[in-house]
Every structure is written in structure tokens, then in C-alpha cells.
Design a protein around this ligand. Structure first.
Ligand code: FES
Length: 107
């Protein structure tokens, strides 16, 4: 599936991410800047914060769950209703075309 990562200043990078991987690794393994993923997806860091494109909110499983919400309190940038931890989103064929927006900074 192809995932498009859009930086805070509007630069878009579309990369192929294997099914079973997560959206955080999809950025890291393809050199997409804007996601840090310091904890490796434990999850315990919130440096993989992203904003799911509105059109994809339901397909990725809805808003952040309680564990994500708690960690997002430590996120560097504003937390919005579309905020998710990208390491908690597993890539499936249904996510082909997914668009995620990246915050200005993870720290
Ligand atoms: Fe640390 Fe997602 S990579 S919470």
C-alpha cells in the first residue's frame, strides 16, 4: 500500500509500505522526515505523532485510544481530534492511499 506523508510545510512524500508494518516505520524506513519514533513503537514516546487526514479517520480505526491519548499529552505539537501515534497504525491493503499530516516537530 502507498502512504503519503505531508510535512507541516506542505511537502508530500508517497512511499510504499508493506502490509503488517506500521505507519511510523513506513516513514523511518523510507527516509521521510517528520516522524522520530524514538521508542520503536513500544509505545512510550509520542515522537511518532501524526494527524490523520480527515478522509481516512475511520479507516485507520478512528481516533486515538486511551493509551495513545495519555502519551499524546507529552507530544511536542498541538494535539487535534485527528491526532494518532503512527506506530499504532498497522498497514493493511485498506490503507492504500492513506494520507497523514506531520507536525512541525516531535520534540
Ligand atoms: Fe514511540 Fe510511537 S514510536 S509512541
Amino acid at each position: 500500500p502507498k502512504i503519503t506523508y505531508v510535512s507541516h510545510d506542505g511537502r508530500a512524500a508517497t512511499v510504499e509500505v508493506p502490509v503488517g508494518e506500521n505507519v511510523m516505520h513506513g516513514a523511518l524506513y523510507n527516509g521521510v522526515e517528520g516522524i522520530a519514533g524514538e521508542c520503536g513503537g513500544a509505545p512510550s514516546c509520542a515522537t511518532c505523532h501524526c494527524y490523520i487526514d480527515e478522509a481516512w479517520a475511520a479507516t485507520v480505526g478512528g481516533p486515538a485510544n486511551d493509551v495513545e491519548k495519555e502519551l499524546l499529552e507529552a507530544a511536542a505539537c498541538e494535539v487535534k481530534p485527528t491526532s494518532r501515534l503512527s506506530c499504532q497504525i498497522t498497514v493493511t491493503d485498506d490503507l492504500d492511499g492513506l494520507i497523514v499530516h506531520l507536525p512541525e516537530t516531535q520534540f
